[in-house]
Design a protein around this ligand. Structure first.
Ligand code: NA7
Length: 528
């Protein structure tokens, strides 16, 4: 059985950088990757319109100045193919592929208490041993199982946005899209341009801000790159991990006119800039409602049919409490003659027939059904692998009432195992590239410390983990994130415990805490 210092699961942005850092430490490593290429979420999510909702100059690695200077982004928000090209460029540039095993899914991992290492099993029988196991499995990598009544009766094509074929042409077809989160909102405008007819099945309308995407001018890119050190520092010292300006003014301190001017300015800047408009948007219901109503007015001004506009206006959850969407022509798409909207709250799906879908009120013929129904977020990929720690205890059993991980990085009872962007860390509330780099660098620091100090077993302390879980819950309780049935809370997966999973107090606070823990000799860990 091959033995490595480190087995890394997943060759997305987290796994690739972890491999690079581990090599720099002089440790042996293998990355085990289910897909046939690198890129993780950007490898799988190939649906039309898939693009990052963080600006590309920000959503990119900062660890190598040469890399960040040489790579040219074509657009403000890069498309999935461009991000995947970037991931491949990184893999080639740092010669990562020779230590990545593709087309191999990890099935289980068990801690061997006698030898203090991990035995990792792949589907198909491959066995690996490693002193450390790093889970770089991503927060949004396991599509949620479709929970639609009698879906099996439908004989047309069914696609999930997170498992998209290389080629898909909707010309002349009747298409249905279920789901109006980011994936639905990004794909609907492009599918509508091709399809004969597109029916959008909406359970909950979401807030979406225009991206105003466009080519990134060479001059602008040069200027930004010249300021990269400053911009990256600003990202690390922010709430969100982005270098966009986060306003520190309370919305309630402004006059109506000043407020309107600021909202309009932020709307025209586009994307998450709008969410960062005021310090209290995610903490004050009054502030949040003002921001929400501004978006609703924009929807009403865009969508010509007043009834459709009203259905598209979110009214039952706080602005930003479900992840904000960033779109190109989403609301405009509902002005097309070939697009219709079904409000599933008023007219739920009854069942499927061989050539269509029946809601309670009507039968809609479909050739293709697109499921944009989201993911078993944050814990899905970790629970899917049978991870056994001390005493053969399964991680998914330990997490039955909700995930607990010290700093969102390591779990008590699971020594020498680390999770990149695990539950309890900023992860999905942050620009995830910043969150990934911080975790990878912190874990690398710990591995270097362990080697220097002849530590062979690293394990989170159970009390430190409890305290951390309480701290994460208290941080979220102060916010309006608790005011929506979101995947942040596990509310999208039937039976999943309702626990707020990401760390809401911000990237800079979290980074400082992690640095303090390290400075105190890895306080909260047992090192032996
Ligand atoms: P999301 O944001 O979880 O959106 C999934 C959508 O699918 C959402 O509108 C759901 O409605 C809807 N949905 C899920 N199950 C059903 C069923 N059974 N019936 C009807 N509608 C359903 O996933 P995305 O892939 O769009 O985005 C995930 C993240 O990826 C995104 O935030 C970015 O960070 C990138 P609901 O709101 O639950 O009523």
């Amino acid at each position: 059985m091959p033995k490595f210092d480190v087995v890394i699961v997943g060759a997305g942005f987290a796994g690739m950088y972890m491999l690079h850092r581990v090599r720099q430490l002089g440790l042996s490593a293998v990355v085990i990757e289910k897909g046939s290429g690198v890129g993780g979420t950007w490898f799988w999510n190939r649906y039309p319109g898939a693009r990052c909702d963080v600006e590309s100059l920000s959503y990119s690695y900062s660890f190598s100045n040469e890399l960040q200077q040489e790579w040219e982004w074509s657009h403000r928000y890069a498309t999935q193919p461009e991000i995947l090209r970037y991931a491949n460029h990184v893999a080639d540039r740092f010669d990562l592929r020779r230590d990545i095993l593709f087309n191999t899914a990890v099935k289980s991992a068990a801690f061997d208490e006698k030898n203090s290492d991990w035995e990792v099993k792949a589907e198909g029988g491959g066995l690996f041993r490693a002193h450390y196991l790093v889970m770089a499995t991503g927060c949004l990598s396991v599509p949620k199982a479709p929970d639609l009544p009698h879906l099996g009766e439908f004989k047309g094509r069914i696609l999930h946005t997170a498992d998209w074929p290389d080629e898909m042409d909707f010309t002349g077809l009747n298409v249905g899209v279920v789901g109006t989160g980011s994936s639905g909102i990004q794909s609907i405008p492009l599918i509508a341009r091709q399809a004969k007819h597109l029916t959008v099945f909406q359970r909950t309308p979401n807030y979406s801000i225009p991206a105003w995407n466009g080519p990134l001018k060479a001059e602008e890119q040069r200027e930004m790159k010249a300021r990269y050190n400053e911009l990256r520092d600003k990202s690390r010292n922010s709430l969100s991990g982005d270098y966009a300006d986060e306003c520190v003014v309370s919305i309630l301190d402004l006059t109506d006119e000043q407020r309107e001017t600021e909202f309009e300015k932020r709307w025209l800047e586009g994307g998450f800039n709008y969410q960062y408009a005021f310090i209290d948007l995610m903490t004050s219901e009054e502030a949040n409602e003002l921001a929400a109503e501004f978006v609703r007015r924009k929807i009403r001004a865009t969508v010509r049919d007043a009834k459709t506009a009203e259905l598209l206006c979110p009214k039952n959850h706080a602005f930003g409490a479900k992840r904000l969407c960033v779109d190109t022509d989403y609301y405009e798409t509902f002005n097309r003659d070939n697009v219709s909207l079904i409000d599933l709250k008023a007219d739920p799906i009854h069942d499927f027939v061989s050539d269509g879908i029946r809601t309670v009120r009507k039968c809609i013929p479909l050739d293709v059904l697109v499921l944009a129904t989201g993911f078993d977020a944050m814990t899905g990929a970790l629970s899917k692998i049978d991870i056994r720690g001390r005493g053969g205890v399964a991680l998914k059993d330990r997490w039955r009432d909700g995930p607990k991980a010290y700093l969102g990085l390591a779990a008590a009872g699971f020594p020498n195992l680390f999770m990149i962007t695990g539950p309890g860390s900023p992860s999905v509330l942050a620009n995830v590239l910043v969150a990934i780099e911080q975790h990878v660098e912190w874990i690398s620091g710990l591995l270097a410390f362990a080697r220097k100090n002849k530590v062979t077993v690293i394990e989170a302390d159970a009390d430190a983990q409890e305290d951390w879980a309480r701290h994460v819950t208290e941080g979220a309780a102060k916010t309006l994130y608790m005011k929506a049935n979101s995947w942040y809370l596990g509310a999208n997966v039937p039976g999943k415990p309702r626990v707020f999973m990401p760390y809401a107090d911000g990237v800079s606070t979290y980074g400082r805490i992690c640095s303090d823990v390290a400075a105190k000799g890895y306080d909260g860990f047992h090192l032996s």
